[in-house]
Design a protein around this ligand. Structure first.
Ligand SMILES: Nc1ncnc2c1ncn2[C@@H]1O[C@H](COP(=O)(O)OP(=O)(O)O)[C@@H](O)[C@H]1O
Ligand SMILES: [Mg+2]
Length: 484
């Protein structure tokens, strides 16, 4: 990152105060980036030796310097043993030091800052904002789903001084987590994509989840904008919290009447969708470069957020055509059952990144409207949804209803929780069940026919992405078909 001539992210001496560190060795002129993982560390980066669940970053300081780290942040206990390796910033607590740098980044930026939370759709919405804002100015946005106690400060610490816009994804498993994270981000605009029964293991009910999401409004700067989903059952609770915050404006989006950005019509095409919406009184027709009504609704939050940081709504809407759903969140690809025969294609819809009842339903709707050949069938391969608490078996079984309503022809299921759903289906819909995701591969390979559409989804921990990878390996894409 700090290749010659590249702009430095932080000066070496300037790091000492925000890190609250003492330097051991000669500080570099500057660092080009910030890293907590030696596998992705780039030459010239500052390495933070964070202690995680599985590993202690101090064991990787030598590897960091081998890969070209400019300096490392370590705690007192490890300083002596590591000082021969290179310049160290020695601190009491490495994570706290990274938070200090995060706060310094927020302090110095002149960017319009947007924070995104919600039960589902955080990453999709964040990536759509990256696409829209990136079309009009220098935009920094969180990587992947780096939205937790280390992800948020890491993404802030990487905020370049000259960014015009900054977008941060904020997640949570417990009450109080968002409050701590948004206190570092201090957004001008806070978005709650939606509230759904996710992480119910740690919450009594959906209202408790909504209250935890609403913590995001507590971090808004004076005069900021709160953007909320008007369609969710907990909307009144969210609205009240937003009105009690420092927000000067509360804006709403959704399909409901009265939403400031309201979805009027949704028309799916082959790989994109036409959306008609009324946004702050203005009717807009635009293309969203991804399928699913949920993405269209997310895009309304995107338009309101972009508008709130000064971007023209029409311009923002036009930019949404170039949006592409992130990997595992609706990417589509045609694969050939017979590599030599163009007529043997089936459609693979990769929703394998994660799943909860809300996103499962959205994905099942998506499959229900997927194009299939006249002989083709709609096939779902579903893995367990994890962390749903005591009602988990019911939440799985309840998916039988949207599967039937959407006329899904065949369901393949993996995992103990999906067993209950599988057994609740009419026999004609039962394609096969297996304990593990990968064991569905031979069953699917046998069942798939030309013209079928297959949608794969499950919680990250259910490893349905491994099934997608196995199918892609077995059935190669035709040469002219670029990777989605
Ligand atoms: N508003 C929404 N409602 C339901 N499902 C959604 C919504 N937005 C995105 N999804 C789907 O949910 C899954 C997770 O999306 P993602 O954007 O990664 O959410 P998060 O970052 O909150 O985990 C994907 O399959 C995606 O297509
Ligand atoms: Mg995410």
């Amino acid at each position: 990152m700090a290749a010659s001539g590249a702009k430095l992210l932080w000066s070496g001496l300037g790091l000492i105060a925000p890190l609250n560190a003492r330097a051991l060795g000669v500080p570099p002129a500057g660092v080009g980036g910030v890293s907590i993982d030696t596998r992705s560390l780039e030459n010239g980066d500052l390495f933070f030796a964070i202690t995680g669940d599985r590993a202690d970053g101090h064991d990787y300081v030598a590897a960091a310097f081998e890969r070209g780290a400019a300096a490392a942040v370590v705690d007192e206990a490890h300083a002596d043993a590591l000082k021969h390796l290179g310049c160290l910033y020695v601190v009491k607590d490495v994570l706290k030091a990274m938070e200090g740098l995060a706060r310094a980044a927020r302090e110095r930026t002149r960017a319009g800052v947007i924070a995104v939370t919600g039960s589902v759709g955080k990453t999709s919405t964040k990536e759509a904002l990256r696409c829209v804002l990136g079309a009009v100015g220098a935009t920094h946005a969180s990587e992947k789903s780096f939205n937790n106690h280390w992800g948020v400060p890491l993404m802030l610490a990487r905020l370049p001084e000259d960014a015009a816009y900054a977008v941060f994804e904020i997640g949570m498993n417990h009450a109080g987590e968002i409050a701590a994270l948004v206190d570092m981000v201090r957004p001008h605009v806070a978005v709650v994509t939606n509230v759904a029964p996710v992480h119910l293991e740690h919450f009594e009910n959906v209202e408790a989840i909504a209250r935890a999401k609403a913590e995001i409004f507590g971090g808004l700067v004076e005069g900021g904008v709160a953007i909320l989903n008007r369609d969710v059952s907990t909307f009144p609770l969210l609205e009240e919290a937003a009105r009690e915050s420092a927000a000067a404006h509360v804006l709403t989006f959704g399909e409901s009447d009265g939403a400031d950005a309201q979805l009027l019509d949704y028309d799916p095409q082959e790989t994109s969708a036409l959306v008609l919406a009324r946004v702050l009184g203005e009717e807009l027709l635009f293309t969203v470069g991804g399928l699913g009504k949920h993405l269209a609704v997310n895009s309304l939050a995107v338009l309101l957020a972009a508008r709130s940081v000064g971007v023209d709504t029409r311009k923002a809407a036009d930019a949404l055509a170039a949006f592409a759903p992130p990997k595992g969140r609706g990417a589509r690809e045609k694969l050939r059952l017979d590599p030599a025969f163009a007529g043997s294609e089936f459609l693979l819809i990769d929703e394998s990144y994660n799943a909860n009842p809300a996103s499962m339903r959205a994905a099942i709707d998506l499959l229900g409207s997927a194009p299939v050949a006249s002989v083709g069938r709609r096939i779902a391969a579903l893995g367990d949804m994890l962390e749903l608490g005591p009602t988990s078996p019911d939440l799985h079984r309840a998916l039988a209803e949207p599967l039937q309503k959407n006329r899904i022809d065949l369901v393949f299921a993996a995992g103990p929780l999906c067993r209950g759903l599988y057994d609740a289906l009419p026999p004609a819909m039962q394609g096969g069940w297996a304990p593990e995701a990968l064991e569905l591969e031979p069953l699917l390979s046998h069942a798939l026919c030309p013209g079928d559409a297959l949608m794969v989804k499950g919680s990250n921990g259910s490893k349905m992405h491994a099934l997608v990878a196995a199918l892609k390996q077995r059935f190669a894409a035709p040469a002219q078909n670029p990777e989605a």
